[in-house]
Design a protein around this ligand. Sequence first.
Ligand SMILES: [Zn+2]
Length: 183
Amino acid sequence: MRNEEIERSASDLLHSVGVLKTPIPLHRIATFLKAEIHQQTFEDMVSGVLLIRGDERHIMVNKAHHPNRQRFTIAHELGHLVLHHNSGDRLFIDTHLRAYQRRGSAASGVYEEPGSTTTPAEEKEANQFASALLMPRELLLSKTVGREFWDELDVAALAAEFGVSEQAMTIRLRQLDVLDSIF
Ligand SMILES: [Zn+2]
């Protein structure tokens, strides 16, 4: 699946729910998709789980993780739901989900997880979807237009506004060619 398709999929969803504002309200998107979000106790290595059983859709997120990381995990699971669920019952388990794994240039091996129920390609797509959902291109660009010089405080402020980690924001800004690779 091409990045453009994933961007459009996330953008269409945001417009359908009518939530193009910061921080993106993930619970409203989940409700729109008839999914329930549960904060749960997991081993540290588990970030999140998506369980689809009949008409039920449950997203379980590790409540011990930083709120920004929980948001990324929830958005990632929503990505699996939107992009990878066609029909039938399915279980997605995500471990060691990190923002840096979202880099398009990363070797696919980065996405390999022993016992994972998804393919490395699906993991990459879910991460790209999460990035596009949490940091919508049009919304982010509207806040960065005209700014030529960046420092870490600028990125930190944007990250806080969007409810994402500074690392995730840096990657997204680079992907959108707002930050050059020197930063
Ligand atoms: Zn996943």
